[in-house]
Design a protein around this ligand. Sequence first.
Ligand SMILES: O=c1[nH]cnc2c1ncn2[C@@H]1O[C@H](COP(=O)(O)OP(=O)(O)O)[C@@H](O)[C@H]1O
Length: 417
Amino acid sequence: NYGIVLDAGSSHTALYIYAWPAEKDNNTGRVEQTHSCKVKGKGISSYASQPWKAGESLTLCMQEAEQKVPNKRHHETPLYLGATAGMRLLNMENSSASDKVFQAVEKALQKFPFSYQGARILSGQEEGAFGWVTVNYLDDLCSCCVLTSMRFLSPSQGLETTGALDLGGASTQISFVSDNYDGSESPSNSVTFRLYGNDYNLYTHSFLCYGKDQVLRLALAQQTQVNFHPCFHPGYTEIKNYSVLYDSPCVSGRKPQGAPENFTLRGNGSFGQCQEIVKSVFNFTSCKYSQCSFNGVFQPLLQGPFGAFSAYYFVMNFLNLTDTSIPLDTVKDKLARYCATPWDEIKLHTGVKLSYLAEYCFSGTYILTLLTEGYNFTSESYSNIKFIKKVSRSYATLFLLHTPQMPHDLSSFPVDH
Ligand SMILES: O=c1[nH]cnc2c1ncn2[C@@H]1O[C@H](COP(=O)(O)OP(=O)(O)O)[C@@H](O)[C@H]1O
C-alpha cells in the first residue's frame, strides 16, 4: 500500500511517499518513507497574491509521485495536504487569500490519478501530536526495540515515551506525557488517542508567532530605531524594508506611526544583549494555572527525554551545539563567541545560504532562551534533550489524517502489533 502526504510549512512544501505491506499481520509491517520531493519555491502560503502559482508549484513533485507509485496502485493511494502555521497566519490575515490558495492547490492535485483526500490547515494541537507520534516512531531513539513501533507498547511496560519539541518558521510546538497531567487542568492542551492498543494522554501546545522567523521579526521590530542590533554579527549591515518586516499578523500591531520606507540593520554581536531582546517577547506576568510556560499558557512539570527537531536541529547542528552533555553554561559561552565573530569571517562559510548565515546567532539565542526561560528546562534537564534530524513529521500526518476527528483511535492503522 502507498500513501502520499504534502507537508506545507511556512517556508517550504515537501511531498513524501510512504509504503507499507498489505498484510496487516505481517510483523515487518512498518511504514517506510520511500520517496521525498522538495517543492521549488518558498511554500504555498507565499503565493497569496498569485494563488494559481501555488497549484503549479506542486506539479513537478506530483509528476514524480506518479512515476514512483506503481500505476496499478494510483487510484487507491490516498493523497493528503496538511498546511501548518504559515497558512494559519495567512488565514487569519486574509482568509479569502488562503481560500484561493487552497482552491488552486485542490485543482492541481485533483488532476492526478490518486485518491485525493483533501487539503487543510492542521490545528496547532494536531501539529503537536503529529510531532510527538513521529518522534516516538523513530529508529534512532529506540535502541532497545526490535520493531520500532513496539515503542508504543512502552507505557504499560514501564518505559517512558519521548517528548517532542518542534520549531518551525511561524510556530513552535511542545508535546509530552506527564504523570502530573490528566487533561483536567487546561483541557485545551490535552490530546488523547489510542495507538497500537495503548491510550495516550498528551500535553501539547502550539505557540503561533513563536516560530523562529516570526520571533526574528519581533526582535527586529523592537530595534529599528537603535544603531546596532546585538543579534547580528559585528560588521553586518542590511537595508530592511519596514513594510516587508511588518507584513505579518504577528507584528503588524507594532508598526510605528510614520515609519520611513527602510532602515539600516547593523550588527554588534552581543549574545547577552540579544538574549534580553529575545526574553522580552515572552510574557511571564500572569498565570491562572498551577504553573505556566509563558503567555499564561499552562504547562505541567517537564518529564522524560525530549527530541528537538526541524529548525532546532538545523540551527544547533550548524552551530555544532547538538551535544547536550556539554554544560549549558559552556553552550552559552560558545554561542556568545560565535555571535561576537565578525561578519567578514562568518560569510566565508561556503554552501550555506547567506540569509541563514546571518541569522544563526539570533536563532541559537532564541532556541536557548525558549528552552530555558520559556519551557523551564534547567542546566540539569537540558541534557534530556536530543537534537534530532527527523525524517519528517508528515510520517505521522499520514497516520492521523486517516481519522478525521481528535481524539484518534489509530489502533486499526497498518502497523498494529
Ligand atoms: O538549513 C537551514 N538552516 C536554518 N534554518 C532552516 C534551514 N532549513 C530550514 N530552516 C528553517 O526552518 C524553519 C522550518 O519551518 P516550517 O516551514 O516547517 O514552518 P512552520 O511549521 O512554522 O509552518 C523555517 O524557519 C526555515 O527557514
